[in-house]
Design a protein around this ligand. Structure first.
Ligand SMILES: Nc1ncnc2c1ncn2[C@@H]1O[C@H](COS(=O)(=O)NC(=O)C[C@H](N)c2cccc(Br)c2)[C@@H](O)[C@H]1O
Length: 532
């Protein structure tokens, strides 16, 4: 029987993902590891011992089917007890898992399959009808084991047997790529565990906590939640994704599972804040809220702080190429007039620095620069894409002669006089409007500060004659769904130069979101081109 919890104590610096995630099985085998909401009044709890046992069962079945170190496994599932056991099993065999959502479009699945050439495609039980690559062995897995269809050939030829090591890929996550094809971010065991160790240094969670995760498995935020909970000896609470759009059902899951920490992108809070504030305020057991992925509008942060005064809000910043890299506690209450949240400084063991357009470090407070990250948690590279990797992992601007590579984030930020960083947009979201350099985020912050506005995006769209113009898409925070354009534009004129005043205002009931819950700016730009 494969022993995934690795009884021998691993070298403290040499842990792989499964050893990190199951370490608590030695100190509290019967403590809850996963708490699942199966319906009103139906809460199912799995202990660390049970999780380790299912992972061992999976690992034995996968090894018996010929899975080897270095193989890739497509893991098509939401976050769940079996999915967590499966990623632990893959890790123990040295196989990299490639998480994809249950409803991944066929062409995307085909692209990913053709790119990573997986040995196996595993789908959670009762999967929705979807794409299957006939040439890839596949199986369905659940709490009772794996059912292979048809059973993959065992003992496949070619390639020698070897031990898995910490520098091997632990997973490959596909993120949207500017080339129109997704890019595979390859993270090693060493990188993930280094990130987890840095995160645990922030003391965000205790062993008695229950960490609700609202992100899909293919978004590495879910892997943060799993590592944060299991690495702390606490429990993971997967919030069923089908319930997320319904605030009352979402909040009921948090209540019935007694979640004490709730993690997710800012947009998961928009509807509960607007439609169920009283129900949210009753969740007094929530002592922590962690969010990441994009800026959380300040007025929504203030509202959340009013409703959950005991909760510690943490703004987590980072990109999939390093999982994340900073965890900043949000001041409570957020000072009046402060519209930006700090992203803080890098977690222990990593360092964020600003680099100017001339490639030299930017030191002074208030001076903008591009964030670069020096860290042991950097990704190995983009799968089979050396040119893209070289653009992301660049020579250390401070000491290029050392050969150390740092991550060029593409994010703009500045330091305050205490040394905390503040995100201020993407390098590529700087646009030129009639020759003027415009930072779209600056316009968005002004729009968001206008009374009656719940959310807003500024973007450049071409008018019918192909001339670029500045558009604002605004979500009202009033039930009547109205926003007075004149008031909005006058509010902008009070603070922005003429060339930054939106030339077009569209009002929508809500903004389109990506699979990961972030505002989908590409979709919005396409919509603006067709609107009117
Ligand atoms: N807290 C912020 N304020 C503002 N802008 C943010 C924040 N966190 C990101 N971003 C933006 O999102 C970009 C990256 O996008 S990404 O690669 O899809 N990854 C993500 O969003 C999620 C990212 N992997 C992540 C973040 C936290 C925890 C985990 Br675990 C994972 C960054 O480069 C930033 O532009």
């Amino acid at each position: 029987m494969a022993d995934v919890s690795s009884q021998q104590v691993p070298h403290p610096a040499g842990e792989r993902l499964h050893e990190f995630l199951l370490a608590a099985v030695r100190t509290g085998p019967d403590r809850p590891a996963v708490v699942e909401y199966a319906g009103p009044g139906d809460i199912r709890t799995t202990s660390y011992r049970q999780l380790a046992r299912l992972a061992e069962e999976y690992a034995d079945a996968l090894a018996g089917a010929g899975l080897r170190v270095g193989d890739r496994v497509i893991l098509q599932s939401d976050t769940s007890y079996p999915a967590i056991a499966m990623l632990i099993a893959c890790s123990s065999l040295g196989a990299a898992f490639v998480p994809v959502g249950p409803r991944t479009p066929a062409h995307r699945l085909e692209w990913i399959t053709g790119t990573v050439r997986p040995a196996l495609h595993l789908r959670a039980e009762d999967p929705p009808p979807g794409h299957r690559s006939p040439q890839v062995a596949s199986g369905v897995f659940g709490p009772d084991g794996i059912r292979f269809e048809p059973r993959p050939a065992t003992g496949r030829g070619g390639g020698g047997w070897r031990l898995g090591v910490e520098t091997d890929p632990a997973y490959v996550i596909f993120t949207s790529g500017t080339t129109g094809h997704p890019k595979g971010v390859v993270m090693s065991h060493r990188g993930v565990v280094a990130f987890y160790r840095g995160m645990l240094g922030c003391d965000l969670v205790e062993a008695t906590d229950r960490v609700a995760t609202t992100s899909p498995l293919q978004f590495d935020f879910s892997l943060l939640d799993i590592g944060l909970a299991l690495g702390s000896g606490a429990a993971v609470v997967p919030v069923p994704r089908a319930l997320l759009p319904w605030p009352r059902r979402f909040l009921r899951v948090l209540a019935e599972t007694a979640a004490t920490q709730v993690n997710g992108v800012p947009s998961v809070w928009r509807q509960p804040l607007l439609r169920e504030p009283a129900m949210l305020a009753e969740l007094r057991q929530i002592r922590g809220v962690l969010f990441c992925g994009e800026e959380f509008p300040a007025h929504e942060v203030r509202r959340l702080q009013e409703l959950l005064p005991k909760a510690r809000l943490t703004n987590c910043y980072g990109s999939t190429e390093s999982m994340a890299c900073s965890f900043a506690e949000v001041p409570s209450p957020l000072p009046d007039g402060q519209s930006r949240l700090p992203i803080g400084t890098a977690h222990a063991g990593a360092e964020l620095m600003l680099v100017g357009e001339d490639g030299s470090p930017v030191e002074g407070a208030g001076m903008p620069g591009e964030l670069h990250l020096r860290s042991p948690a950097l990704f190995l590279g983009y799968w089979d894409d050396e040119p893209a990797t070289r653009r992301a992992l660049v020579p250390d601007p401070v000491a290029p002669w050392t050969g150390q590579k740092v991550l060029r984030t593409g994010d703009l930020a500045y330091r305050d006089d205490r040394g905390d960083f503040y995100f201020c947009g993407r390098v590529d979201s700087q646009v030129q409007i009639h020759g003027n350099r415009v930072e779209l985020r600056e316009i968005e912050h002004r729009l968001l500060s206008c009374p009656g506005v719940a959310n807003a995006v500024a973007l450049v769209v071409d008018d019918p004659d192909g001339v670029p113009l500045l558009a604002a898409v605004v979500v009202p925070d009033r039930a009547d769904g109205c926003v007075d354009d004149a008031v909005l534009l006058s509010h902008c004129r009070d603070a922005l130069p003429d060339y930054m005043i939106p030339q077009r205002v569209e009002v929508v009931s809500e903004l389109p979101c990506t699979q990961n819950g972030k505002t989908d700016r590409k979709e919005l730009a396409a919509w603006c081109r067709t609107a009117r």
